[in-house]
Design a protein around this ligand. Structure first.
Ligand SMILES: O=C(O)CCC(=O)C(=O)O
Ligand SMILES: [Fe+2]
Length: 279
């Protein structure tokens, strides 16, 4: 299996993109409307932030989950026992954001949310009728003005050689939300698991946009769109000294949105967070 990069400007882009999501759980877009210079500026600004002491003034609040999560308390993926080698910052428009970083990151949050609504309308349009009939409301409407959509700025620090045995930058996991939009990071490492259990690289040419299905859309589509496992592997050789910055936007429906006979977005999220032990 190989992930094809799809040109956003091509005539059959929407159909090809949704086909890729159905077959692999991932879709990769080039020539999309997200401004690459904005992404580059954000990577630069946040790299400086992660390398400053300023981050300690923005330590996350357990009740609201906005702010800085240091490596010492960072995530352990479901089913794993070793922590990931990463630190990150949770950006919500209603949350705390360092003043000098606000303008660019909120601009990114907004423009990527707008693109997400378009991508969800493509997904709806190219869902088979017997799948689409179960969507409780249009998919793009599920995320409208959602306060739950989370922009995570991730910093994977250079490897020091003293990392815990078996630790990797991000252990294999699935995302909980509806879809995730992720610009290619400044360094490689992202891999996706195929149906035959092989790990393949996600084409991460700088400028690509990577979209993946999360568990909530898998639930709402009764498995038609698979939430596939992905991970970020450690760099080798000289690349060990390099930081990696990435910027996933996790699109979350409004809490009251009905996903399936079993779950609303809120009950689904609560069940997953309880499993992860973070609430
Ligand atoms: O850093 C990446 O490229 C992917 C991060 C990711 O999968 C996640 O935070 O859920
Ligand atoms: Fe992920």
């Amino acid at each position: 299996m190989k992930l094809e990069t799809i040109d956003y400007r091509s005539d059959n882009c929407a159909e090809q993109f949704v086909k890729s999501l159905h077959e692999t759980g991932f879709g990769v877009l080039s020539h999309h409307p997200i401004e690459q210079s904005l992404v580059e500026t954000i990577y630069k600004q946040w790299y400086e932030f992660f390398n400053s002491d300023n981050k300690d003034d923005f330590l996350f609040k357990p009740e609201t989950q906005d702010g800085f999560f240091p490596a010492s308390i960072s995530e352990t993926a479901k089913g794993h026992s070793v922590k990931d080698i990463k630190e990150y910052y949770h950006v919500y428009p209603w949350g705390r954001i360092p003043e000098e970083l606000k303008r660019n990151i909120l601009k990114y949050y907004e423009s990527t949310n707008a693109l997400a609504a378009e991508l969800l309308s493509w997904i709806e349009k190219y869902s088979p009728a017997d799948v689409a009939k179960h969507y409780s409301i249009p998919l793009s409407q599920m995320i409208e003005n959602s306060q739950k959509t989370l922009l995570r700025v991730l910093h994977y620090p250079p490897l020091q050689g003293d990392e815990e045995l078996g630790a990797i930058r991000a252990a294999a996991h699935e995302d909980i939300n509806l879809i995730t939009i992720l610009p290619a990071a400044n360094e490689p490492g992202l891999q996706v698991k195929t149906k035959t259990d092989e790990w393949i690289d996600v084409p991460s040419d700088f400028g690509n946009l990577i979209i993946n299905i999360g568990d909530m859309l898998q639930e709402a589509s009764q498995g038609y769109f698979p939430s596939t496992s992905h991970r970020v592997i450690n760099p080798q050789g000289a690349d060990k000294t390099k930081s990696r910055i990435s910027l996933p936007l996790f699109l979350h429906p409004n809490p009251e949105v009905v996903l399936s006979d079993k779950y609303t977005a809120d009950s689904y999220l609560m069940e997953r967070l309880r499993e992860l032990g973070v609430i």
